[in-house]
Design a protein around this ligand. Structure first.
Ligand code: AMP
Length: 150
């Protein structure tokens, strides 16, 4: 029988993903699952050799990585309570691609994401990470909207 033994949740430190995370944690506890918490650093436009000196670009990347690590540490220390069956991952790239990659690599049986549920022009301009993941994932995906947005 299938079970949710490995749950992947992707967080961007927004109110939406905080809210979805509560469901991911509850499900991990209920299903006795391992929880992977992924954050993707949106790849900055590669300006190397253009008008940003090489050294400052490297420095910028390092600072962004350090900032992401600190945010993840703070997130885990405030949100996980006494839940210990988790691991974290921070990678750079395009969020939906990295979420799919991590789901495959970790053998996730469920992906939990927040979503803004954008429609119309907003959807056209900003797109939807959650929608792209739903389209490409090979395992079930749970998307959760903030109640105020419904
Ligand atoms: P949407 O509002 O449909 O674009 O989906 C937003 C959701 O995608 C967030 O609540 C997160 O679960 C996930 N997400 C978006 N950006 C990132 C990111 N940079 N790192 C990890 N997860 C992300």
């Amino acid at each position: 029988m299938k079970s949710f033994d490995k749950i992947l949740t992707a967080i961007d430190f927004s109110e939406n993903s905080d809210y979805a995370f509560e469901y991911a944690l509850m499900l991990a506890q209920e299903c006795n699952a391992e929880l992977t918490i992924l954050h993707v650093i949106n790849e900055p436009v590669d300006l190397r050799g253009f008008y940003v000196p090489h050294i400052s670009f490297e420095q910028l990347e390092k600072e962004i990585e350090e900032g992401a690590n600190k945010m993840m540490e703070k997130f885990c220390s405030t949100k996980l309570g006494n839940f210990t069956n988790f691991k974290t991952a921070i990678v750079s790239g395009i969020p939906y691609e990295e979420i799919i990659r991590e789901a495959k690599d970790s053998g996730a049986s469920l992906i939990v994401l927040g979503t803004h549920g954008r429609t119309g022009l907003d959807h056209l301009i900003f797109g939807s990470t959650a929608e792209r993941v739903v389209r490409s994932a090979t395992c079930p995906v749970l998307t959760i909207r903030l109640p105020a947005e419904q």
